[in-house]
Design a protein around this ligand. Structure first.
Ligand code: ADP
Length: 429
């Protein structure tokens, strides 16, 4: 400020002094004041153009108020730009975090119009930002239950489940949360897998209860009618049935426990070099002692003398299931081939029967727990419906796969295909 006074004073003093010498003091003072006002005006004008385009124009150079104003503006600009950089950084981090979210997130304005959306919103809801900026969400997601959720002024706990507009096999859980005064946040979560698991759990509990109810009903029926006074004939008739039903429950629980151990991975896998030719010979001999073995012709074909790294107990249980099934589900005298081969370094154990075969529509579901092609026949054969589920899990634990091929009237082929790295030389320890 002082600078401005001194400058004005100096200009006026010099003009006054010069005017005094030439005898026109007032004129000199007037002209000097005019020049000073123009000069000042030009500096303010320069300041304005600098403020408009700071990068293009230079700031006015004039000690005093103008310089102070320029310096303060420059300081504020520097502060603003560092704040802007910080905010841009936060925004970028927020956007990349929400973009990585598996849930769809849409920021909606007062009337439900899109203000922002993350990448999952494109996949799950078909809402793309900035393309759909300003479009009302209820024009993009047209499911009536979802529209109802948008209409009601929901609290955070209100959720609805509706299919994704992009793929109706994907089930979404929608939630609308109000924030600030009028803005709302739409969150959509893919719950297809959770729903599938819940359904599987419900089915499993229902299946186990159903499977155990029949033998229990039979046992209860006999227990209610029999007592120490009962006719010995009735006892003779009841005992084998009761034994059979309790055996059925025992097998079911045994298989359920085995399956649960395999699924939870509680039991460690004991990988040891396993003599496959010997294992198959033992299982084929066991199959010949089965109640359902009726002059079946089982051919064991050993095409390789190699062994496998495997958990012998688990592998025995899986292969027994396949060979015993071949005996159980084929008619008397049917030909069954059990083959151990290593072709192009791919170790394979195949169980081929020439029975009635299985319809193609059942093949995909055969390894599901309790899935049976013919329930009556399976129960009659003492089946629990869990055998192939056990086989599948055992093979999974060995990084192997089960393939099933079948033709009605020609028979079925079950192949266990192991990875090459499980092969070992005979006698390896
Ligand atoms: P189960 O204890 O009933 O035998 P599995 O899981 O071992 O259960 O088999 C599932 C179903 O697959 C059986 O109920 C049967 O209908 C069918 N199945 C299995 N193996 C054969 C086969 N070799 N030939 C025809 N059907 C078979």
């Amino acid at each position: 400020m002082q600078w401005d006074y001194w400058r004005l004073l100096t200009v006026l003093s010099l003009a006054g002094f010069a005017g005094l010498i030439v005898g026109h003091m007032m004129t000199f003072l007037f002209v000097a004041t005019l020049i000073y006002v123009f000069w000042l005006q030009s500096k303010w004008f320069q300041l304005r153009t600098w403020l408009e385009k700071p990068k293009k124009n230079s700031s006015p150079q004039a000690e005093g108020v103008i310089d102070d104003v320029c310096r303060q503006i420059e300081q504020m600009r520097a502060q603003n730009s560092s704040r802007k950089k910080k905010l841009t950084g936060y925004l970028k981090r927020f956007q990349s975090a929400t973009a990585a979210l598996p849930d769809a997130v849409v920021v909606m304005g007062e009337f439900g119009q899109v203000s922002w959306a993350n990448t999952s919103a494109t996949e799950l809801l078909g809402i793309s930002w900035p393309r759909d900026n300003g479009v009302r969400v209820n024009n993009l997601v047209r499911d009536p239950t979802f529209q109802h959720l948008l209409e009601i002024d929901s609290d955070a706990s209100a959720v609805v489940v509706a299919p994704s507009p992009m793929n109706d096999r994907i089930q979404l859980e929608f939630k609308v949360v109000r924030y600030a005064s009028s803005d709302r946040l739409l969150i959509a979560r893919d719950i297809t897998q959770t729903q599938k698991l819940q359904r599987m759990r419900r089915d499993f509990v229902a299946n186990v209860s159903h499977e155990l109810r029949t033998p229990l009903t039979v046992l209860r029926g006999y227990l209610e009618t029999l007592d120490t006074e009962s006719d010995p004939d009735l006892w003779r008739q009841a005992l084998p049935v009761m034994q059979q039903q309790s055996q059925r429950m025992h097998l079911m629980i045994k298989d359920l426990l085995a399956l649960s151990q395999l699924e939870t991975g509680d039991k460690p896998l004991l990988h040891r070099p396993t003599d496959i030719p010997r294992l198959l010979t033992v299982i084929v001999d066991d199959a010949k002692r089965l109640e359902h073995y009726k002059a079946h012709q089982i051919h064991l074909q050993i095409d390789s003398n190699k062994w496998l790294m495997a958990d012998v107990d688990e592998l025995r249980s899986a292969i027994s299931n396949l060979i015993f099934n071949a005996v159980k589900y084929t008619p008397a005298e049917c030909k069954i081939e059990v083959v151990w081969a290593v072709s192009k370094n791919v170790p394979t154990i195949s169980v081929i029967d020439h029975g009635e075969g299985i319809e193609a529509r059942h093949l995909e579901r055969l390894t599901e727990r309790f899935y049976r092609v013919d329930s009556g026949r399976s129960r009659e054969a003492g089946g629990t419906g869990l055998g192939l589920a056990i086989v599948k899990h055992v093979l999974q634990r060995h990084n192997a796969v089960l393939t099933i091929d079948s033709q009605i009237g020609q028979g079925s082929t079950f192949c266990c295909i192991f990875p090459e790295n499980k092969l070992v030389e005979p006698g390896d320890t």
